[in-house]
Design a binder for this molecule. Structure first.
Ligand SMILES: Nc1ncnc2c1ncn2[C@@H]1O[C@H](COP(=O)(O)OP(=O)(O)OP(=O)(O)O)[C@@H](O)[C@H]1O
Ligand SMILES: [Mg+2]
Length: 237
């Protein structure tokens, strides 16, 4: 469903992606893991056209998206939840959510604001609060919900659990599973190996600017060599 091949990307003169290949089958969760600075966030940004790419392709159901503007890419059914919480501080929680609403693709049921509040009751309690007054965790949830209300076919999520309390992490992981169960395809950048291994259908390991391993979680757990070279061993065990 999402097919990235031989993707090259750079910031100015600094080349970061050297031919990334990723296949995310429809309805699956694929996690992208790897050490800090290897280019995981850059991969997501390159997919949605926020970083300059020089070569390769990004296809959604066969349609080429590389080179298109970000708004067009999003219109083609890709949602992006950035690492940095992306809320409008001076708008209320509800207003932030309503700004994300887009018509669903034909044949799919639209997500509702009510469902977002069921996912995260804390957001409903703060419905009329300014988003800037929310905690970091609440802003993270709000960012995710706003993207989801755009009814994407594919959701790219960058380190949603970073810096959050364990209970909130647990809830987020449940919600991500529920989103997938409703048919949304997910590419997740996740630093915590236990989460990446438990939630994913497939895990892709990134080395410097390219994918160095791709397989089901069990295969990665068995592959000490990849763990040692590209991940923190103790964490992946
Ligand atoms: N705006 C930018 N301008 C120049 N270089 C950048 C920019 N953003 C990231 N980089 C560089 O690109 C490389 C990959 O960064 P990226 O953010 O993709 O890493 P990452 O794998 O997401 O890791 P982490 O999230 O832990 O930082 C790093 O060397 C980083 O310094
Ligand atoms: Mg990152």
């Amino acid at each position: 469903m999402l097919e990235v091949s031989n993707l090259h990307a750079q910031y100015g003169q600094s080349r970061i992606l050297h031919g990334v290949d990723l296949t995310i089958p429809a309805g699956e969760i694929v996690s992208l893991v790897g050490r800090n600075g290897v280019g995981r966030s850059t991969t997501l940004k390159a997919i949605v056209g926020l970083v300059q790419t020089s070569e390769g392709s990004v296809r959604v159901s066969g349609t080429e998206l590389r080179g298109k503007r970000t708004f067009e890419i999003i219109r083609n059914g890709i949602g992006y939840v950035p690492e940095e919480r992306d809320v409008f501080h001076n708008l209320t929680v509800e207003e932030n959510l309503l700004l994300g609403v887009r018509k669903p693709r034909t044949g799919t049921r639209a997500w509702t604001v009510g469902e977002m509040f069921e996912f995260f009751p804390g957001l409903e309690r703060r419905r009329l609060s300014l988003a800037g007054t929310l905690s970091g965790g609440e802003q993270q949830m709000l960012t995710l919900c706003r993207s989801l209300l755009g009814n994407p076919a594919i959701l790219l999520i960058d380190e949603p659990t970073e810096g959050l309390a364990p209970l909130i992490v647990e809830r987020l992981v449940e919600v991500i599973r529920e989103i997938r169960n409703r048919g949304v395809t997910i590419l997740l950048v996740e630093q915590k190996m236990t989460i990446a291994l438990s939630i994913s259908d497939r895990v892709d390991v990134m080395g410097y600017g390219r994918i160095v391993f791709s397989g089901p979680p069990a295969e990665l757990q068995d592959n000490r060599d990849v763990q040692r070279r590209w991940l923190e061993v103790s964490d992946a065990a």
